[in-house]
Design a protein around this ligand. Structure first.
Ligand SMILES: Cc1cc2nc3c(=O)[nH]c(=O)nc-3n(C[C@H](O)[C@H](O)[C@H](O)COP(=O)(O)O)c2cc1C
Length: 380
């Protein structure tokens, strides 16, 4: 049967992907408190409808950094999206272009930004930076990113180290992927994925690897660790933002802030935007929810920076709730990946179209014309 909602797509993805990869995408960290809290926080938000205020059509268009988009949505950066489907990142970029929204490439994508750009010429592509310990290497990566035509840089602030995801270790899922009977069996039980993704790479570009990593650090997913220079920089600090602000000529978005003080600091140091985010409940298990912190940050920074939000979006109403709490637009991470897993580019197209339909239905029920009108109707 045709998938009807997020849960159906997720169920299809669970069938198609090896368990290690499915759980890497799906699950949280430690006791998975953050991921449960996200769902509860969104479910607890109620919006009061305006009766008898029908409109002919809703208007979802949103301007971000001077560019007009069809929806207040962005495909979030997700590492290894290229393992979900062959050329997964390029497919997501094309799906974003079809939906009229930006696509953010992860530093840890399989396909490099230049190739994604070539494969999705119409897409508005942003780039997410995980600062590497070697600053010179990071700088040369950013030169490549700029040369590829990207102007929006998303600096992730909430991942100073690899999070504690015990299920990955149990599943044998990691970078590098260690060959084991468990991993082999997991792959063998998902031949569609093995042939459609891994063998498709091996026939064309070779064993998949992190596409942005310098050649000397770039190893196949089954290879040896890629060295100190390109590890996550756990000493990342505000001086790095000041330096980036000096060097990057486009917009800077700081992703993963959860306090008013940090959002104000980012604004004062010249960031153009902040993303209020718990990384989808994947990093700090005791993090407060986006919904709890977002209104305070939005109020404190006002018009100084563009406030974006993410984490836990499964329905169109979730997007509208974050917008009602003060976000200008919302990022979705797992949702497009489930579409991609279920049906490649067409699946990503379909799940984004579904999200738009749900947003439209909710807005019609609410009697509102634009997402920016939701705020006063959130029940406080
Ligand atoms: C599989 C996966 C990989 C991710 N990789 C990155 C990444 O490389 N960089 C980053 O800043 N955020 C990453 N994130 C976090 C997302 O950008 C986003 O904040 C999060 O997925 C939002 O929550 P949602 O998945 O519930 O929509 C990842 C998320 C997932 C699910």
């Amino acid at each position: 049967m045709r998938p009807q909602n997020f849960h159906d797509y997720r169920a299809l993805a669970r069938r198609k992907l090896p368990k290690g990869l499915f759980e890497y995408i799906d699950r949280g960290t430690e006791n998975e408190i953050a991921i449960r809290a996200l769902r509860e926080s969104l479910d607890a938000i109620k919006i009061t409808p305006c009766a008898l205020t029908g409109h002919g059509a809703r208007d979802f268009s949103t301007t971000l950094f001077g560019k007009r988009h069809a929806l207040p949505l962005i495909i979030a950066p997700t590492a290894l999206a290229g393992l979900v489907s062959h050329d997964g990142e390029t497919k997501l970029a094309r799906a974003a272009a079809t939906a009229g929204i930006p696509f953010c490439v992860s530093t840890q994508s399989i396909t490099a930004v230049e190739d994604i750009r070539a494969g999705a010429p119409g897409a508005d592509i942003w780039f997410q930076l995980y600062m590497w310990r070697d600053r010179a290497l990071t700088r040369s990566l950013l030169d490549r990113v700029w040369a590829s035509g990207v102007t929006t840089l998303v600096v992730t602030a909430d991942t100073p180290t690899g999070p504690n995801r015990e299920y990955n270790a149990r599943n044998g899922f990691g970078m590098p992927m260690k060959p084991s009977i468990r991993v082999g069996l997991d792959m063998a039980l998902h031949p569609g994925w093995l042939f459609g993704v891994i063998l498709a790479y091996m026939r064309t570009t070779g064993m998949p690897t992190y596409g942005h990593y310098p050649a000397e650090h770039r190893v196949a997913i089954t290879g040896a660790p890629s060295g100190e220079a390109v590890q996550l920089e756990h000493r990342l600090n505000w001086d790095d933002l000041v330096a980036l602000r000096r060097e990057w000529r486009g917009e800077i978005v700081i992703k993963g802030l959860l306090s008013v003080a940090d959002a104000l600091k980012a604004a004062n140091l010249g960031a153009d935007s902040v993303v209020v985010s718990t990384h989808g409940g994947r990093n700090l298990d005791s993090a407060p929810t986006t919904a709890r912190i977002l209104p305070d940050i939005a109020e404190a920074v006002g018009e100084k920076v563009t406030v974006l939000a993410d984490s836990g979006v499964q329905r169109g109403s979730d997007v509208l709730k974050y917008i009602g709490l003060g976000a200008k637009a919302v990022l979705a991470g797992r949702l497009p990946l489930w579409g991609l897993a279920a049906g490649g580019e067409a699946g990503a197209d379909a799940i984004l179209a579904m999200l738009k339909r749900e947003m439209d239905l909710t807005m019609t029920m609410l009697g509102l014309e634009r997402p920016s009108e939701v705020a006063p109707h959130i029940v406080r």
